[in-house]
Structure formats: structure tokens, C-alpha cells
Ligand binder design. Structure first.
Ligand SMILES: NC(=O)c1ccc[n+]([C@@H]2O[C@H](COP(=O)([O-])OP(=O)(O)OC[C@H]3O[C@@H](n4cnc5c(N)ncnc54)[C@H](O)[C@@H]3O)[C@@H](O)[C@H]2O)c1
Length: 424
């Protein structure tokens, strides 16, 4: 069978089917499914055609939705059946955090390459256990660090690597979102230590840590604080709604983790000199910003500012002087990252879901033995170690060194080769 390029030409390349298993049909489960479906039209030259085979969720109405609306061939309430299905070549793990370790290890032991949502477990120990299982099994992994795929972010990374911004000296990065700004916002699994681990720290700052590590390099030291803005919320049964739900008269239960966190960080030194320093913050209860994941990066020769709320705009300052000194706004365009896969001309907004398509592409290209630009379980482990160090610092009030994770390269080295990549 032949496939076609974005310009409509046939490539003559054979098409390979990949059976997809999905574990958990919540928000992320839907987006992973949609991303797999979009892959052949966005990246036809890969010759990959994902087939939605088997979906699992403990909520039976979500299993029915996976079959009837998303198009999975079969469904189950037991995720083990997905992992045991011989027609499932790759698995998306979109379960709540407390299940990441169990399911991630089980997927590795079943020999299935997996795309797992961040933060991969409730703490660094759990992330490390998933990483060890994946390494032992030699399976390709991919993590839901979707923001790193934004074309503007990829472009800033290229500018840093080329030296266009000089040596990065300092930065500010935040994830300010108001998903829990409503005091009657539901007490979903996200607010329970046993189910989620930390709060804004693991849920939101993990994205920030991945983003800045992807742009600059690993974080070496951290000093952090946390606070909880709303200490009680109305109870929500698992799988009945998302964390955006508001319950007016429900019974209240305790919030067990942080709503806000702030960290001072020092990056590891680079070949260009001492490591950058900066501040990272995250809040899930803030009023104003809605999905404000952003950064300001300052280098000796230039600066870059980006925020997901204006995902298609990049503010750049290149050079210290001249008639155009100061910031210029660049709209997303076909020269930046994978933008051209989605839109033919500049200034036509891409969206959040498109980032998941890019993530699916990086995952499946690696599974198929092609380029290895996927984020890896080792990257997730390195992020989890920063979060753990921040958690420990918030408790102790002192600076914490972040242990280095071998194999975590944030895309600077190709992800480790899967010795059995044909398996997928
Ligand atoms: N990458 C991102 O930007 C991003 C955004 C949101 C969520 N996430 C991550 O994705 C994961 C899922 O979050 P969500 O917002 O999709 O959650 P959600 O609450 O929308 O969905 C979770 C689903 O898991 C199901 N579930 C619970 N126990 C299960 C079990 N034992 N087996 C199978 N399914 C089970 C629930 O019934 C529910 O359908 C979390 O780890 C979260 O941190 C990532």
C-alpha cells in the first residue's frame, strides 16, 4: 500500500498498521486517541497507520464511549486485558497518577512500548521503578510533556543551541492555571496525596521543569516552598467528571497537597560557562491566568518570551543594540518546529491537540525504528527527581541537590535504542 505526502504526492512507501491499546478514557485518553487518528494525515511519509484496537476504563460508560465514539474495536474494565491482547502493539497509559507505576511496569513486562502521561507516578521512586522496568524490557517510551513540541518552543531551543541568544544567564518560568480557582471545584483524585502525590508541584511544575530542561539543560539544585489555598473541597467519585467540575452542595473532604509552589533553581554548568539560575512557579488556584505555561529566558545576546495562552506568538530579542533592539513578536509559521505539518502559511493558529499529534509522531517513529526524538521515561525520572527535591526543600527549608538520572538527555542525545524495535 502507498501513502501520500502533505503536498498530496504518493511516497510509494509501504504502510504499516500499529495496533493501539488505551488505558483510561478520560481527557487524555481521548486526546491520545485523536492524535493516533491524525497521524497518517500529518505525517504520511512515516507509513504508519495506527488502529484503535482495545480500550480499558473502570467506568463502563467510558468503555462504551471508547468503542462507540472513539472507534476502538473492543473495550474492557480490566486494563490487563489490553496488555494481554496480541493485536495491541503500543499502549497509551492515561490513568490517574496512582496507577502509573503499576500499569507502566505491567506494560513494560508485557513488552509493549508505551506512551504514558506525566508525571509518571506519585513520586520519584515510582517514576524510577517504571524507568527501570522499561529499560529492562527495552521498550520505547514517550511521556505526555506536550508543551515541548510547540513550534515556538522548538524554535527557541534551536536558537539557544545555535548560540543566537548567547549564554543563558537567568529565566522565569511559570504554570499558572485556575482549574482549581473555584472553591467549590471538585475534590478529584488530583487533591489526594495517596492518589496524586503532590499537587501543583507534580501536576503543573513537572511540565515547567520538563520545558526548561528541554530548552536549557538539567537542573542541579533547588530551593522551594509550597502553600495550599483551599483546604477543603466537595467530594467527587472517580471517573464521574473531570477536575474542572464544580459541585455546589456536596460533602466536603480535605485537600491533601499543594495549590501553589515556587522554586529557585540553579542549572548544571554548560560548555559555555556557569549554569543559568532562575525561578519556577506553579499554581492551580490562580485567578486570571487560565493555562499560563510560559517562560522568559535571558541570555547575554538575546532573550525569548513565550506563553501557551498565546501559543502561536513568540517574543524575541536578538542582539543588544541596533534600530530593532528590544522585543519583536514572531507569529508561528512554517519555519518553526512541525508547524508546516498542520498549516500551510503563517499566523494560522495551531492548538493544544496538535501538540499531542506531534507527541504521537515522535513516539511511533521511535517505535518503528526511525528517528528518536521522543521524550523518554528517563526524562520523566529526571523531572520527578527535581519535583522530589523541591518537595523535600519545601519541607526542610533548605537547598536540595538534584540527583542526575543517567540516560535523561531531554532530546540532546537520541533516546536509547529499543533492541526489539520491530516488536511494535
Ligand atoms: N499532558 C498534559 O497536559 C495533561 C493534561 C491533563 C492530564 N494529564 C495527566 O493525564 C493523566 C490522566 O488525567 P485526565 O485528566 O485524563 O484524568 P480524568 O480524570 O479525565 O480520567 C481518568 C480516567 O481514568 C479512569 N480510571 C480510574 N481507575 C482506572 C483503572 N484502574 N483502570 C483504568 N482506568 C481507570 C477513570 O475512570 C477516568 O476515566 C494524569 O496522570 C494527568 O496528570 C496530562
Amino acid at each position: 500500500m502507498t501513502s501520500t505526502t502533505t503536498s498530496g504526492q504518493t511516497t510509494g512507501q509501504a504502510t504499516r498498521d500499529l495496533g493501539v491499546g488505551l488505558i483510561s478514557v478520560g481527557w487524555m485518553g481521548k486526546l491520545h486517541s485523536r492524535a493516533y487518528q491524525a497521524l497518517p494525515w500529518a505525517y504520511p511519509e512515516l507509513g504508519l497507520r495506527p488502529r484503535l484496537v482495545h480500550a480499558a476504563d473502570t467506568a463502563s460508560d467510558r468503555v462504551a464511549y471508547a468503542r462507540d465514539a472513539l472507534g476502538y474495536e473492543r473495550g474492557t474494565t480490566d486494563y490487563r486485558q489490553v496488555l494481554a491482547d496480541p493485536e495491541v502493539d503500543v499502549v497509551s497509559i492515561c490513568a490517574p497518577n496512582m496507577l502509573h507505576r503499576e500499569i507502566g511496569v505491567a506494560a513494560a513486562e508485557a513488552g509493549k512500548p508505551f506512551w504514558i502521561e506525566k508525571p509518571v507516578g506519585r513520586d520519584a521512586r515510582e517514576t524510577g521503578e517504571v524507568a527501570a522496568a522499561a529499560r529492562a524490557a527495552g521498550v520505547v517510551t514517550s511521556i505526555g510533556f506536550n508543551y515541548r513540541h510547540a513550534p515556538a518552543v522548538e524554535h527557541v531551543r534551536d536558537l539557544i543551541a545555535s548560540g543566537a541568544l548567547g549564554r543563558i544567564t537567568n529565566l522565569r518560568a511559570v504554570f499558572f492555571t485556575g482549574y482549581a480557582a473555584e472553591p467549590r471545584g471538585a475534590l478529584s483524585w488530583r487533591f489526594k496525596r495517596e492518589l496524586a502525590g503532590s499537587g501543583a508541584l507534580g501536576d503543573l511544575l513537572s511540565h515547567v521543569v520538563d520545558l526548561v530542561s528541554y530548552l536549557i539543560g538539567p537542573i542541579a539544585e533547588v530551593s522551594a516552598l509550597t502553600s495550599t489555598v483551599y483546604t477543603e473541597r466537595p467530594i467527587l467519585p472517580m471517573g464521574s467528571a473531570t477536575h474542572f467540575a464544580v459541585i455546589e452542595d456536596g460533602e466536603l473532604g480535605p485537600v491533601e497537597n499543594d495549590d501553589y509552589t515556587a522554586a529557585l533553581v540553579r542549572f548544571a554548568p554548560t560548555a559555555q560557562g556557569p549554569g543559568a539560575v532562575g525561578t519556577l512557579e506553579a499554581s492551580r488556584t490562580i485567578v486570571g491566568p487560565q493555562c499560563g505555561l510560559g517562560f522568559e529566558l535571558y541570555g547575554t545576546d538575546g532573550s525569548a518570551t513565550w506563553n501557551f495562552e498565546q501559543m502561536n506568538e513568540l517574543r524575541l530579542c536578538l542582539g543588544r543594540s541596533g534600530p530593532h533592539q528590544g522585543y519583536t513578536c514572531v507569529l508561528a509559521n512554517p519555519h518553526l518546529g512541525d508547524y508546516a505539518r498542520f498549516q500551510p502559511g503563517p499566523g494560522i493558529a495551531m492548538g493544544y491537540d496538535d501538540l499531542k499529534v506531534i507527541e504521537a509522531k515522535k513516539f511511533l517513529a521511535a517505535v518503528a525504528g526511525g528517528e528518536r526524538r521522543n521524550s523518554t521515561i528517563d526524562d520523566a525520572h529526571a523531572v520527578a527527581e527535581v519535583i522530589a527535591a523541591a518537595d523535600a526543600s519545601a519541607a526542610s527549608g533548605s537547598w536540595q541537590a538534584v540527583p542526575a538520572v543517567p540516560g535523561a538527555s531531554f532530546g540532546r542525545e537520541p533516546a536509547p535504542v529499543n533492541p526489539d524495535s520491530s516488536h511494535g
